[in-house]
Design a binder for this molecule. Structure first.
Ligand SMILES: Cc1cc2nc3c(=O)[nH]c(=O)nc-3n(C[C@H](O)[C@H](O)[C@H](O)COP(=O)(O)O)c2cc1C
Length: 255
């Protein structure tokens, strides 16, 4: 083992940080990063899903587990809307300064973009969409036929990616966080991604969907498939989701 991880933690102690661009009065980057290919938008339905919402929290958290097998049944656009809302929904916007969302974020920077690989959502063409969180809309940004296979391969052939109804692909926008927190912001990007994914786990549980987090993937391949400039953005985390087949088994798989 080399010391890259330890060095990173040590060199991002608060007292070692240089003044941030924010402290030096440089302009704040935009609240979201719109991909060049996002042209036409689909407005998502209202994310309220009714009675299911009222499942008690203890039941949701007790039942939560990673699910890697999904039913062929599609999820509805409303359910997709609900999952996107619960993981990144914008509840309040403060001018062009900050957003407040369904998840916390360091300094309310919300420097994560959500892309979704759609495999089995009723009424939606397959492909990768970008979630416009500010307007609760989605836009198809990559529709090549083999995109699900390629994303699966980039996840070291974890086959449940292409069997999922939807796979969330979270992208870190480096400068949106670093503008305030310099290199310490990298820590916060990972923490923020964890909050987002946990909300997906619990929200999915409330609509009889299963989720599995994924952090085992080929970074270069994934960034290139998403057409990212990896100096500015990188894939930070993924999670598959789909309707559960039945009540989960007792045994636990550890990866
Ligand atoms: C950061 C992180 C990365 C993970 N990456 C993967 C992964 O690449 N593939 C996978 O099948 N499960 C992955 N998991 C799921 C874990 O294996 C799972 O959470 C763990 O075995 C505990 O099981 P439970 O979620 O059912 O409680 C990941 C979980 C976390 C939190």
């Amino acid at each position: 083992m080399n010391n890259i991880g330890k060095d990173f933690i040590k060199s991002t102690h608060y007292n070692l940080l240089p003044p941030s661009d924010q402290a030096m009065s440089l302009p704040q980057p935009p609240l979201q990063t719109i991909p060049a290919s996002a042209k036409e938008f689909i407005t998502l339905p209202n994310p309220e899903i009714g009675e299911e919402d009222s499942k008690n929290f203890k039941e949701l958290s007790d039942n939560r587990r990673s699910v890697r097998k999904y039913s062929n049944k599609p999820i509805s656009l409303k359910e997709l809307s609900y999952l996107l809302w619960c993981s990144q929904g914008v509840k309040k916007t403060v001018g062009n300064k900050a957003t407040f969302r369904t998840v916390p974020s360091a300094g309310a920077r919300h420097a994560i973009e959500t892309y979704i690989l759609i495999n089995n959502v009723k009424g939606l063409e397959k492909g990768i969409y970008w979630y416009n969180a500010l307007e609760h809309k989605i836009s198809l940004v990559i529709n090549s036929k083999d995109i699900a296979d390629k994303i699966t391969e980039a996840c070291f052939s974890q086959e449940f990616v292409k069997q999922s109804a939807v796979t969330f692909i979270w992208i870190a926008d480096i400068y949106r966080m670093a503008w305030r927190y310099v290199d310490r912001g990298f820590r916060y990007l990972f923490l923020d991604a964890g909050h987002i994914c946990q909300n997906i786990y619990l929200a999915a549980e409330s609509i009889n969907c299963g989720v599995c987090a994924i952090a085992a993937y080929d970074d270069d391949e994934m960034n290139s498939l998403l057409e990212l400039d990896d100096e500015k953005q990188f894939v930070i985390y993924l999670a598959t989701a789909g309707k559960k087949i039945r009540k989960p088994h007792k045994e636990h798989k550890v990866i």
